[in-house]
Design a protein around this ligand. Sequence first.
Ligand code: COA
Length: 158
Amino acid sequence: MKLIYPGSFDPITYGHLDIIKRAAAFSEKIYIAVMVNSSKVPMFSADERVEMIRQSLVELDNVEVITFNGLLVDLFNLYDIHAIIKGLRAISDFEYEFQMAQMNREMNLKAETLFMMTAPQYGYLSSSLVREIHRFGGNIHEFVPSVVEEAMNKKREE
Ligand code: COA
C-alpha cells in the first residue's frame, strides 16, 4: 500500500515523525507532501521544510518528500497512491479532519483517508506552539529533532 501524509510541516515535529514511522512500518511507500494551507503564513519556505523532513528521516528508505502547491486529491492522479494518512490528536481535530476527508473524497472517489491516533505524549503538540515557545526563548528540544531546532535558532538570529 502506498500512502500520502500531507501537511504544512512548519516545522516537522516529533508528533509528525511518530505517525510517519509507525505508518512506514506497514506500508510499501509514504509520500510526505509539504502542502500549502492557505490559512497559514509559513515561517519556513517549502524547500527549507522539505530539507528538514529529509534530514529527520534518513533512516527510512520507503519515504519520499515532495512539495505540491495545489489540491491534495490531484496528487492521486500524479502518483500511484492508495490513501491519505493523517494523525488525530484529540476530539478537537476530528471535526476538521472529518470535513477534509469527506471533501477530498467528494472531489476524487479514490481519495480515501486513514487515521492513526497520535502517541499520547504528542497529543498536545503543534507546529505553531513550537514556533511560539521558541520565539519567547523556551526549550523546544523535546518537541523537534535537532536539525529543526538549529534551523529555528538560525531564523531567529536572522
Ligand atoms: N502530532 C503533533 N502535531 C500534529 C500532528 C501529530 N501527529 N498532526 C498534525 N499536527 C499539527 C500540525 O503541526 C498543525 O499544527 P499548526 O496548526 O500549529 O500548524 C496542526 O496539527 C494541524 O495539522 P494538519 O491538520 O495536518 O494541518 P496542516 O496545516 O499541517 O495541513 C493540509 C493541512 C495542508 C493537509 C490541507 O490544508 C491541504 O490538504 N491543503 C492542500 C489544498 C487542498 O487540497 N485543500 C482542500 C482540502 S479539503
